[in-house]
Design a protein around this ligand. Structure first.
Ligand SMILES: Nc1ncnc2c1ncn2[C@@H]1O[C@H](COP(=O)(O)OP(=O)(O)OP(=O)(O)O)[C@@H](O)[C@H]1O
Length: 722
């Protein structure tokens, strides 16, 4: 160790000991107070504050901070060291901040500072604070042991740039089966997103591995800290593509000290709201259909059911239908409860519906008007004095009301939706002209599913839209903030629907158009979403640096995209982390499994811990998995319904691997049949390649995929056998 670093290490050891002593002291004080279990509200609140303090101090006890920034505020005579950790620690006696919470305004300097001798500033509650940075230091403390001290900027040194040394050290580590927090190495472009203001729809286009998912989770922790009076964790929601992905990201928020945020898939959330009246059609079947290769491959254009039903055109169509329903729902007939009673004119009922309950949702209006008719009927029966006659009138009245309400049918969202597609006579609120605007095959295919109470993914947003129009959206179903991950696979209709559930358009929407492999339901350009919010209510960010993979892997994956007929808008820029060249190998069909077995063992014998075999289809994965198991290799097979990602060796279809990462990836069947030269296939292969952190191999037999056939450079090595 150089002597200056030795001195730095010793200095940090002393500081660390003082911090531990203070944390221990504060914890001891808190632990001496017996937990309050009584019913007094004030005491309960105080106890919950103490409990959360106990928990955060306990977490800080083993790793109190990870960074130090020496900052001299304008007007001060010398720089002061600021220690930054996951939770703030104040010295009780002096209120001096021993550790600053990473989300505090001053901590933003630690992340946004990119070097140079010029003054820097941060936004504090009292206005802009200016000053000079003297030192940026990263500290690795594990289980109370100071393991590393790395200076990434030193004003007294030779270079004025912040170095990537510490970041590279972190990126070089292997990954287990969970995504982790990145508080110690958040980059300035990521920090800008994390700290962006709450009330705007943030749309983030980020290349594979740019940290989108991670950044979104850190942003939630930031919003909870910064807007603590306006947002609650229970009122925030994250939509992720599948349950396995939710499991994969489930550690980050607890690591950041955040709990209770709803994390779900759109389908699970929607089906809950629809009381599980419909059932989702078989997902595996659907994926098989859209991801097949060869002559039967479906064409994807704007008439694909997912794109059609996910469009704002369909939303407007539904609006027209619901408008018709609103106009025609009230029966155009007077109501006389029994012979000899007054008659309630249709016009009056209409007035109750159109004027007095105008602001209620449709089914609520129906309920209110019918309740009003009942009250009117009670007033009528009050005029009848003879008890027996009164009883008869009431009975008659109830029967006639039943007749009347039959004319005013009560619908569930599914029941209503079904009528829109049903063959035969049209419901009164659906004109022939309106119906004829739906494509014929869409009508028949949807009707066939609905007959069995089954729906497709793209039916869920329309159903929820009908639900909202029927019953409204109550407080508990509105969100303070909504995060949508892999948003390129969402439709404009879904986003419009979620906007109805989200206060102040407070969204973090993230995705990558180059990974848009579910184009049959997703978007092609981000303006399909920005148009919904309006340009002034949207903030657009781009993340182009990729942190997951080595330079070699990123260069290679970029070439795959370049070989597609449609050129990508942006390409990933790697951080300077070099590894082995991407290995393209020809393999013989007959010894594929033994080659895989060998290659996996070779990888595991080195520094690799997680390996994925990525194939084109679920069936192929099943086959390979069985054969590998037969050779005694323990591997996890991941299918459409998989709920957990266990790490180790994984066999998974490329489309299911989206969002995940592995130390090493072997893409099998990278031939011209499985990955022809189409943009769809290029995106799929890009997703597959960018799952790898350190090692990527593509194996093919026969003819190599045209997407990889002529990629050349020192980032790739070609082999005639595996
Ligand atoms: N600032 C950072 N410091 C350290 N690691 C980082 C940083 N940013 C991202 N990473 C790492 O890069 C990897 C990719 O992150 P993440 O999965 O959030 O990216 P993504 O953009 O959502 O990727 P994809 O679109 O491919 O699913 C993760 O291992 C994450 O920990």
């Amino acid at each position: 160790m150089e002597s200056s670093m030795q001195t730095a290490y010793e200095e940090e050891m002393r500081r660390l000991e003082q911090t531990f002593a203070e944390i221990d002291r504060q914890l001891a004080v808190l632990q001496q107070i017996p937990p309050y279990t009584g019913t007094d509200h004030t005491e309960q609140v105080l106890e919950s504050v103490r409990e959360s303090r106990r928990r955060s101090l306990a977490a800080a006890q083993s790793e109190p901070y990870f960074g130090r920034l020496d900052f001299q505020e304008k007007g001060q005579t010398s720089p002061a060291p600021l220690y930054i950790g996951k939770v703030g620690v104040e010295k009780d006696a002096s209120q001096e901040l021993m550790v600053i919470d990473w989300r505090a305004p001053v901590a933003s300097l630690f992340y946004s500072f990119t070097g140079g001798s010029d003054p820097v500033q941060y936004d504090s509650p009292d206005g802009l604070v200016e000053g000079l940075v003297y030192l940026k230091r990263n500290l690795v403390i594990r289980k109370q042991i100071l393991q590393r001290v790395v200076d990434t900027f030193d004003r007294s040194g030779d270079s004025m740039a912040v170095t990537d040394e510490f970041l590279l050290y972190r990126l070089g580590e292997n990954k287990d089966n969970k995504l982790r927090d990145i508080v110690s190495t958040i980059q300035s472009e990521q920090d800008a997103i994390i700290r962006a203001v709450k009330n705007s729809a943030l749309i983030i286009q980020g290349v594979a591995g740019s940290g989108k998912t991670t950044v979104a989770l850190h942003r939630l922790a930031y919003l909870l800290y910064h807007y603590r009076d306006q947002v609650r964790a229970e009122r925030m929601i994250i939509f992720a593509p599948n349950r396995m992905f939710l499991d994969y990201i489930s550690s980050v928020l607890p690591e950041l000290g955040v709990g209770h945020i709803q994390q779900t898939t759109f389908a699970d959330w929607a089906l809950d709201l629809l009381d599980h009246e419909p059932e989702l059609a078989d997902q595996a079947e659907r994926l098989r259909y859209w991801f097949q290769t060869g002559a039967h491959r479906p064409v994807i254009d704007d008439t694909a059911p997912g794109r059609w039903k996910g469009s704002t055109r369909f939303l407007h169509w539904l609006d027209e239908v619901l408008g018709q329903y609103e106009r025609m729902a009230v029966p155009d007939s007077d109501f006389t409860p029994w012979d000899g009673a007054d008659t309630l004119r249709a016009q009056m009922i209409r007035q109750w519906y159109d004027v007095e309950n105008k602001h209620e949702p449709l089914m609520k209006r129906r309920e209110r008007v019918i309740a009003r008719i009942k009250r009117w009927m009670d007033m009528q029966s009050d005029k009848v004095w003879a008890a027996q006659l009164k009883k008869e009138c009431k009975k008659k009245g109830a029967a006639r009301l039943r007749q009347y309400t039959k004319l005013w049918k009560e619908y569930s969202p599914l029941g209503f939706y079904r009528e829109l597609f049903q063959a035969g006579s049209l419901p009164s609120f659906l004109s022939q002209e309106l119906r004829s605007r739906l494509p014929e095959d869409l009508l028949s295919a949807t009707a066939a599913y609905l007959k069995k109470k089954r729906v497709l993914q793209e039916d869920l947003a329309p159903l929820l839209y009908i639900r909202a129009k029927f019953y409204g959206i109550h407080g508990e179903l509105t969100f303070d903030h909504t995060v949508i991950d892999e948003a390129q696979d969402f439709s404009p209709f879904q986003i419009a629907l979620l906007n109805m559930h989200t206060r102040s358009q407070s969204f973090t929407i993230l995705g990558d158009l180059s990974q848009g492999i579910h184009e049959y339901q997703g978007i092609r350009a981000w303006n399909e979403f920005t148009d919904l919010f309006g340009a002034d209510k949207t903030a657009y960010f781009q993340l182009n640096r990729s942190y997951r993979s080595t330079m070699e892997i990123i260069y290679f994956a970029n070439e795959v995209l370049r070989n597609a007929p449609e050129q990508p808008a942006t390409l990933a820029v790697p951080v300077f982390r070099s590894g082995a060249p991407v290995r393209i190998a020809q393999t013989d069909h007959s010894d594929l499994v033994s080659s895989l077995h060998l290659a996996i063992n070779r990888l595991l014998a080195g520094s690799i811990e997680t390996v994925a075999i990525l194939a084109r289809t679920g069936e192929r994965c099943k086959q390979l998995h069985t054969q590998l198991q037969a050779r005694g290799l323990r591997a996890n097979l991941i299918g459409a319904d998989h709920e957990r990602y266990e790490g180790g060796i994984t066999v998974v279809p490329a489309f299911m691997a989206k969002g995940l990462e592995f130390d090493a990836v072997i893409v099998v069947d990278a031939d011209s049949e499985h990955y022809p030269a189409s943009t769809r296939d290029a995106k799929l292969l890009y997703v597959a390649c960018t799952r790898a952190l350190h090692d990527l191999q593509l194996w093919y037999s026969g003819e190599a995929s045209p997407l990889i056939a002529d990629i050349a450079g020192d980032f790739v090595s070609r082999h005639s056998s595996t």
